[in-house]
Design a protein around this ligand. Structure first.
Ligand code: LMR
Length: 424
């Protein structure tokens, strides 16, 4: 209970002395309420919908056959162990837990990668977003006029993060949503047009939001051309293991690291360990020499220090425990394979419908990961929500992991009705 005197104190509004008022009020008075994040606000609207047959195809989290986002068994075991064995919650450094970073580097890039030649280094970050933020700030240093080439559509947070660092962004259409057609040729063209020192942003696998990934020949081609043209890759690898397989999903990134002197990789463990809200990620940097890698890494650590000082530990400690213990590793890999297989079943099931309301869904079988773009307008998205309780991003992105195989007929019927109504 707040004592009455204090209450009054809180209510008393003090004024700035006249003359100073307008300057101070310029600060306080010029903020505007920001629109709710279109993707994240779907979660709240979905939760508030009383219908029992609703479907959440919005934010990118995995869901099982019963629509739940489970805590993985290996995570639960590691958490139990952590609760019993952790002796201290004292600070780690700004680089996070070096054991987590090393174990992840060897998993992601292949056994021994962390020790190979000293040109690869990493730091733990709050999610892949933290890694992207540090990467963006690094890229904004040492090189005025550096452009960042970004294929569209892309994850809606890419542009704000890169732009906030002061980078100039050039976009090109990597995927034609209207025809659901992947255009790697446009990426190849962007690489030819870019100037030495420019940055090419790439999705390592399971492209968000299109699901359309380069094949290995495509990766080989861009690794060669980018090396020849003096370009820097920024690879966002957030869904490893949810596409074709653990090694398959990192194959392109590994080719890039082998084929180019330098690279930045923003990594997320949020999806493949199901640790979303614990925010587990890492930024890996590779430089042309050991000395350059070390300088790049220490600058990244300094950026982390002034951004969040030190990353949260819990999720990364869980990942470390899983990767240190062969039984937990096996349990995690088994569950990850099941997730991947379920997503593939949903993809195949939906692809089998072929054309629905003029939309060719057959390509879903050849795209990867949780996401796909449907060429439907915001009005049809709204109708799907109102009429059928199906929630998705207004851009037309669906999270396939939100679909249950036995709900596919209802989804297709809802899609047909909503798009036909929108056309009528
Ligand atoms: C998504 O794209 O749905 C996820 O990456 C969640 C997010 O932060 O946007």
């Amino acid at each position: 209970v707040i004592p009455a005197a204090n209450k009054n104190h809180r209510r008393a509004v003090r004024r700035y002395p006249s003359g100073m008022e307008s300057e101070a009020m310029m600060f306080f008075g010029e903020f505007r309420i920001q629109p709710a994040d279109p993707l994240l606000s779907i979660m709240g609207r979905f939760a508030a919908d009383p219908r029992s047959r609703k479907m959440d195809l919005g934010v990118g989290v995995y869901r099982d056959d019963s629509g739940r986002t489970p805590v993985l068994a290996a995570v639960k075991d590691a958490e139990r162990r952590l609760l019993q064995e952790q002796q201290s919650k004292s600070y780690l450094g700004s680089e996070g837990d070096p054991v987590f970073v090393k174990l992840m580097a060897d998993r992601v890039f292949g056994a021994g990668a962390s020790a190979e030649d000293g040109r690869l280094a990493g730091l733990q970050t709050p999610g892949g977003t933290g890694a992207l933020l540090v990467a963006a700030e690094l890229l904004a240093m040492n090189g005025a006029g550096r452009k960042v080439w970004l294929g569209t559509p892309t994850w809606p947070n890419h542009v704000p993060i890169l732009a906030a660092a002061g980078l100039e962004i050039v976009t090109y259409e990597l995927y034609e949503v209207a025809t659901r057609r992947f255009r790697p040729d446009r990426l190849f063209e962007a690489i030819e047009r870019a100037q030495p020192g420019d940055v090419i942003v790439l999705h390592g696998c399971c492209h968000n939001p299109t699901g359309a990934d380069l094949d290995l020949d495509g990766w080989r081609h861009i690794a060669d051309r980018m090396a020849e043209r003096g370009l820097i890759p920024l690879i966002d690898l957030a869904y490893q293991g949810l596409g074709m397989g653990w090694d398959e999903d990192a194959a392109g990134t590994r080719l890039m690291l082998a084929g180019l002197p330098g690279a930045l990789v923003a990594y997320s463990c949020d999806k493949n360990f199901g640790l979303y809200r614990d925010r587990v990620g890492a930024l890996f940097v590779q430089g042309p020499s050991v000395a350059e890698t070390q300088a790049l890494w220490s600058t990244a650590v300094a950026i982390a220090r002034r951004s969040w000082s030190m990353p949260p530990d819990h999720g990364a400690a869980v990942v470390r425990l899983i990767l240190e213990d062969p039984a937990l590793t096996l349990s995690w890999q088994t569950e990850l394979s099941e997730m991947r297989a379920r997503i593939a079943r949903v993809r195949a099931g939906l692809a089998a419908y072929g054309k629905v309301a003029g939309i060719d869904l057959s390509g879903l079988a050849h795209e990867h990961g949780m996401f796909a773009m449907l060429p439907i307008g915001a009005d049809a998205v709204e109708r799907l929500r109102e009429e059928a309780g199906i929630y998705m991003a207004s851009s037309g992105r669906i999270n396939l992991a939100g679909l249950q195989v036995d709900a596919l007929p209802a989804f297709v019927a809802g899609l047909r009705a909503a798009t036909e109504m929108a056309l009528a």
